[in-house]
Design a binder for this molecule. Structure first.
Ligand SMILES: *Cc1c(COP(=O)(O)O)cnc(C)c1O
Length: 386
């Protein structure tokens, strides 16, 4: 199946809805039946036949169908947020007494899930530097059930070799979960590399317009059925039909947006890398990055997130950030707008020295603006702190 077929045609049942090009938003919570037999049939297949919207809704189902196909997975489930998808994937595969090996510095709320919530239910987690697959293997215990990866991970963008690690996990009877939000299925396909579950914050690139929160999980049919019957239906963290529809709309332009982001990011990274007021750029697609080779091999294309350490004290860093006009300041990423996330916003200036990230590191996200506009904005902000 070619990508544009998946995006434009797969699961589009136009004859069912007046031959409308774009699918309707089916807001109905409930679906009704003419006979007991028809109702009985639907009840038995609650995950795939519209019966009640927490289980199956036609608009959400269209999103699931496309996401599974894009990831090369058998099935998918959508959630109200990426964090809900992460939590369901993890919780469905452990019980009290089990152990999880997780890559160092995962997404902050994934870290909280493992260290605070799962720990409360008797599931222990070990965090290791995933750049060397041997570190993962060393951390695996007889009771380890999950190897959790996020490649590249946030802020410093270390990679993990999915193929090598999934192989190790399999050998030790563990499943591998990969947070693929940074890459999307366009740029990296963890299931093809041996992973068992892929999770996404669809809020980022998949929505692409900074206007809908959502999450998706892709896996085998057996795994999806297990998660559906357990955490999905009981915790009920579903996406709304309207947000699923916004995700479908986002998917239509995902490849072209990612191409544009990649092109602009290349220019901005090059500019920053050569700038005299920049100390360091963290970006897997720089030849100087220690995992450049793995990035080229594992990822189809560069992404729009990277971090920069600027040559400035705390005051200078704040002035630089405050001076940017076209880069907006905020969390999240993956939308049309370029963003900065200054690490120093995460802690009080009095105690920045106690954290692992330096005060002068700034995460950048490159959106859809013209590259020249972004370069000029950066230059005027650097001028302010000269
Ligand atoms: C944003 C994000 C999440 C969480 O997704 P939400 O949709 O905000 O719940 C998980 N992982 C990564 C890598 C993210 O960037």
């Amino acid at each position: 199946m070619d990508i544009s077929f998946i995006i434009n045609e797969l699961g589009e049942d136009r004859e069912k809805y007046f031959n409308a090009t774009t699918p309707p938003i089916v807001q109905s919570t409930n679906f009704v039946f003419k006979t007991v037999d028809a109702m009985r049939h639907a009840l038995k297949r609650e995950s795939s036949v519209p019966f009640y919207t927490r289980g199956c809704n036609p608009t959400i189902e269209q999103l699931n169908h496309k996401m599974a196909a894009l990831e090369g997975a058998e099935a998918a489930l959508s959630f109200g947020s990426g964090s809900a998808a992460v939590a369901a994937a993890v919780m469905a595969n452990v019980q009290a007494g089990d152990h999880i090996v997780c890559v160092q510095k995962p997404y902050s709320w994934t870290y909280k899930l493992l260290t605070q919530i799962m720990a409360r239910f008797g599931v222990e987690s070990t965090f290791v530097d995933g750049q060397n697959p041997k570190n993962i293997e060393k951390a695996i215990r007889p009771n380890t059930k999950i190897v959790y990866l996020e490649t590249p991970n946030s802020f410093t963008f270390e990679l993990q070799d999915i193929r090598a690690i999934a192989k190790i996990a399999k050998k030790h009877h563990c499943i591998t979960i990969v947070d693929n939000s940074y890459c999307t299925p366009m740029n990296q396909q963890p299931i093809q590399l041996g992973a068992d579950i892929v999770v996404h914050s669809a809020t980022k690139y998949i929505s692409g317009h900074s206007d809908a929160v959502g999450g998706v999980l892709c896996a085998s049919q057996v795994m999806v059925d297990k998660i559906f019957a357990g955490e999905f239906m009981t915790l009920g963290g579903i996406i709304s039909p309207f947000n699923a529809w916004l995700m479908l709309r986002g998917l239509r332009t995902l490849p072209i947006r990612l191409k544009r982001v990649a092109k602009t990011t290349k220019k901005v990274v090059k500019f920053l890398k050569n700038h005299p007021q920049v100390e360091k750029v963290y970006y897997p697609f720089l030849p100087s990055h220690p995992q450049y080779k793995l990035a080229k091999q594992q990822m189809e294309q560069r992404g729009g997130l990277f971090s920069v350490v600027i040559k400035a004290d705390l005051k200078g860093t704040e002035l630089f950030c405050n001076s940017l006009q076209r880069f907006l300041m905020g969390a999240s990423w993956g939308g049309y707008e370029s963003l900065i996330y200054p690490a120093c916003a995460m802690y009080d200036s009095a105690n920045y020295s106690t954290t692992t990230l330096p005060y002068n590191i700034i995460r950048f996200y490159i959106g859809l603006e013209e590259p020249e506009v972004l370069l000029a904005d950066l230059e005027q902000a650097f001028e302010r702190i000269k």
